[in-house]
Design a protein around this ligand. Structure first.
Ligand code: SAM
Length: 415
């Protein structure tokens, strides 16, 4: 019955907590809590692991031949260099609790049943909710770079107080510059926005600022009392190898050194959560250069373990260049306050916590604000900002050069 209760909680919240406090996250259910009249279409979120049912045998054949090809590419074992040895050492340490977390997932048959049923969601056969929209996705990154960028406008269809979204008469249209501008939905309802003939959903009580990193200082609050106490950062790290080309522009590490983390921090301090890909070079850079430059003190390391809908890992745990996990490094920022006594008020964070989920689109991370809330110092509701965001969530400011990317209405269904 305890597992029944957990399952009920999972269906409601999207979070399934295991005994050892590891957790399984269904991002679709978590994101759905930000909308009143819409829900995220599971088929558009889980594009990689819920491809449309194969209509014939070809599909299977092609996927196995792809696998075979990848195996052939694996190089002969050779001696590891110094950095690779450190990486291997860290991996060996992580391995045991990653496996333990995975075993508890595999034992949760109720949860696995729900996951295998995701495919039966009506959205898999019914197509998208907004079928009339163009299929091409907006390239905000390109539009933001042209000289006309300041002229682009976004129209917000804001429901008037006491009116519902369906009532067309009760809507006020607000036309605002789309780039380099803080755009907020302060209402308690979803707002539909129009931008160059595409539709976007702005969750209640959320805002976004779409700009290049060069304008990020505009996010710094006038006074630290209105700063942020949860800062999530998912930088466009450069890739290790040229052939592993990224789907978005990346930035050299030195750009991240000057992110104004200290100036964004609330007077009562902030929890900083930084996504890092599985490269030893980056982990060393964060520990030795980036966190010190930001004035952030290291607190803990979490792992994001990626699984398929059947609960198996997306790749072999020991594949050197295709690890099925990524890293979330946590630290505390005191902000500009000279009062270093504050640091002792920050809660210590358990190490080696494992977050499991089925990954979405390329590089898309599971929403983690809820999971981190118990460690966030200071005011409630928490003041959250996500840097390099591609989506929006209630109660959070999304900054990046494409924060509306996953807000395209094609990713949603009407409830
Ligand atoms: N956290 C996101 C998610 O879960 O979908 C993924 C973020 S992705 C790792 C990095 C983002 O940084 C991309 O959206 C990319 O377009 C953006 N980016 C790259 N260069 C940038 C720049 N110069 N200024 C602002 N954003 C930039």
């Amino acid at each position: 019955s305890q597992s029944k209760e957990k399952l009920a909680q999972f269906l409601e919240s999207g979070l399934y907590k295991f005994e050892d406090s590891n957790v399984f996250v269904d991002p679709v259910r978590v994101l759905n809590r930000s909308y009143n009249h819409f829900r995220v279409s599971p088929s558009s979120y889980y594009t990689r692991f819920f491809e449309p049912q194969p209509s014939n045998q070809d599909h299977r054949l092609s996927s196995t031949s792809r696998k075979r090809k990848r195996k052939q590419n694996v190089k002969e074992p050779r001696a590891l260099n110094e950095r690779e040895r450190i990486a291997e050492q860290r991996h060996r340490e992580a391995r045991s609790f990653l496996l333990k977390a995975h075993v508890s997932l595999q034992k949760s048959t109720g949860l696995l049943d729900v996951l295998s049923n995701l495919r039966n969601d009506p959205s898999f056969s019914a197509g998208y909710g907004f079928s009339t929209l163009p299929v091409v996705q907006q390239s905000f990154v390109e539009l933001g770079q042209v000289w006309q960028a300041p002229l682009y406008e976004i129209t917000l269809n804001v429901p008037l107080r006491g009116q519902t979204n369906e009532d067309k008469d009760g809507i006020e249209q607000r036309i605002l510059p789309a780039f380099n501008n803080l755009i907020a939905n302060e209402t308690t309802d979803d707002v539909e926005a129009e931008f160059l003939n595409n539709h976007y959903l702005i969750p209640r009580e959320s805002c976004f600022y779409m700009s290049d990193v060069g304008q990020i200082h505009n996010m710094v609050p006038a006074d630290a009392d209105s700063g942020f106490n949860l800062i999530v950062v998912d930088p466009p790290w450069e890739n290790a190898s040229a052939h592993q080309k990224s789907r978005y522009a990346t930035l050299p590490n030195r750009y991240f050194l000057s992110l104004p983390i200290m100036q964004l921090t609330h007077t009562e301090g902030a929890l900083v959560a930084l996504w890092v890909t599985n490269r030893e070079k980056l982990r060393g850079f964060v520990e030795r250069e980036l966190f010190p430059a930001w004035g952030v003190s290291y607190a803990s390391t979490f792992y994001w373990l990626k699984v398929k809908a059947n609960g198996s890992l997306i790749s072999d745990l020991d594949l050197f260049h295709h690890r099925p996990y990524e890293i979330l490094i946590l630290g505390y920022s005191c902000g500009k306050a000279t009062n270093s006594g504050r640091q002792s008020n920050f809660r210590p964070i358990k190490d080696n916590y494992v977050i499991m989920s089925i990954p979405g689109d390329y590089s898309r991370k599971p929403p983690i604000a809820d999971l981190l809330m118990e460690y966030v110092p200071g005011v409630r509701p928490a003041r959250c900002i996500e840097l390099f965001a591609r989506e929006m969530i209630t109660g959070c400011v999304s900054w990046g050069n494409e924060p509306l990317h996953f807000q395209d209405s094609r990713f949603f269904l009407r409830r």
